[in-house]
Write a protein that binds this ligand. Structure first.
Ligand code: ZN
Ligand code: ZN
Length: 135
């Protein structure tokens, strides 16, 4: 069964649609994901055999591949948002969950590379939560 997902970058220049199904959903705490996200972890969805179509802004997209690894990022050159990477050699599309404008139909399955997590990335569910900026 195939699903149509859509997404965009923060500035709106880059828009895409993805036809396929998410099979894996990992929260990756490795040092590369921490660097590119500026946060505790990336939230990456993987859709094997999916078809990625750029609806706008394809000329604004930049691609970065970390030397001698499979680690790659596709991002909007105007606003820096991560957008999907079409990993054709691996037969899948990797989608940063945060760039989707449609609901995700699977839940995160695992935290991975916990041995490289930041020293402040500990029991985050216990941190006080607010609906907006606390006064
Ligand atoms: Zn953008
Ligand atoms: Zn990672």
């Amino acid at each position: 069964m195939s699903h149509l997902h859509t997404g965009s970058c923060l500035c709106g220049a880059v828009k895409f649609e993805l036809e396929g199904e998410f099979k894996k959903f990992f929260l990756c705490h490795c040092s590369r994901c921490r660097k590119t996200s500026g946060s505790a972890h990336c939230a990456s969805l993987f859709a094997p055999g999916a078809a990625l179509r750029w609806l706008s802004g394809e000329d604004k997209i930049r691609f970065y591949r970390h030397e001698e690894t499979h680690f790659a990022r596709t991002f909007c050159s105007l606003c820096g948002s991560n957008v999907p990477t079409d990993a054709k050699a691996r037969g899948l599309v990797a989608v940063p969950a945060g760039c989707l404008d449609t609901d995700v139909d699977i839940k995160p399955q695992a935290h991975i590379f916990m041995d490289s997590k930041g020293n402040w990335d500990e029991s985050l569910v216990d941190v006080p939560a607010f609906d907006g900026m606390p006064s």
